[in-house]
Design a protein around this ligand. Structure first.
Ligand SMILES: O=P(O)(O)OC[C@H]1O[C@H](OP(=O)(O)OP(=O)(O)O)[C@H](O)[C@@H]1O
Ligand SMILES: O=C(O)c1cc(=O)[nH]c(=O)[nH]1
Length: 239
């Protein structure tokens, strides 16, 4: 089955900007992957816009229904702050906050008062100090936005950081769910995080979407597709 047109358009932007590359790449988890998604490659205005709009639509689709999250008023947004973990999460949080407020058809007006923040990898010890830049997190409902979930380590660190600041994480949004197992487990990183934190975790694209999109567009060689299938057979998650 083909992927929906808006996901296909996003995938085309990723290939156009070479944010999605085929080859051999070492991941944070030390796995060697036949493909890599680098959100840092969306550095051109049109590509960054396409990326931010795709995140904004995904957030609007997945989190606009207050019933998807506990304790949310019927008309209120289920989050206050969009948090982008350093480094790649920083432009994602900033651009997506703007794209949400610009959603067409009146939807954007709902998001006009959404705030963003991000962390520093090293705390600043002068000036305003601290490790959070942007909206304070204490007592706020926070939506994490990041590029990719592979093993979930970076997301776990972000949740701990937000909780230490007094915020409550209400969801996580990524561009790509690589649908991989955690080290020493058959379950996916995303599944484990969902169960552990009891929050929705959504992705613009999954590896399955990418494989389908590559097949539909004819961009990948048979060899590329075979290597992705082999990687999936080795590390693909069962949930
Ligand atoms: O561990 P996971 O949650 O599955 O995610 C993998 C993360 O690792 C990378 O970020 P990294 O921490 O290397 O920082 P960067 O944003 O500075 O590239 C990548 O950008 C993903 O966000
Ligand atoms: O797991 C990672 O480190 C990772 C995978 C990927 O596709 N892109 C990325 O930036 N990091």
């Amino acid at each position: 089955m083909s992927i929906p047109p808006w996901k296909a358009a996003f995938l085309a932007s990723a290939l156009d900007g070479r944010a999605l590359r085929l080859g051999s790449f070492e991941l944070k988890s030390k796995r060697i992957s036949p493909y890599f998604f680098n959100a840092g490659d969306f550095y051109r205005a049109d590509l960054l816009t396409a990326l931010a709009v795709a995140y904004a639509n995904t957030i609007h689709e997945s989190f606009s229904s207050s019933s998807s999250l506990p304790d949310a008023d019927a008309d209120a947004l289920p989050f206050d702050v969009i948090f982008g973990p350093a480094y790649k999460g920083i432009p994602l949080a900033t651009a997506t906050t703007m794209a949400l407020a610009q959603l067409p058809g009146g939807a954007g007006a709902r998001y006009g008062r959404v705030e963003y923040s991000f962390d520093r990898k090293e705390a600043k010890d002068h000036g305003e100090g601290g490790s959070i830049v942007g909206a304070p997190l204490k007592g706020r409902r926070v939506l994490i936005i990041d590029d990719v979930i592979s093993a979930g380590t970076a997301k776990r660190d972000a949740v701990a950081k937000i909780q230490a600041e007094g915020g409550t994480v209400v969801g996580i949004v990524v561009a790509l769910d690589r649908q991989e197992t955690l080290p020493d487990s058959a379950g996916s990183a995303i599944g484990l995080l969902r169960r552990e934190f009891g929050i929705p975790i959504v992705a613009i694209l999954t590896l399955e979407n990418i494989v389908q999109g590559l097949k539909d567009s004819g961009v990948a060689s048979q060899d590329d597709l075979r290597r992705i299938e082999e990687y999936r057979a080795k590390y693909g998650a069962t949930d």
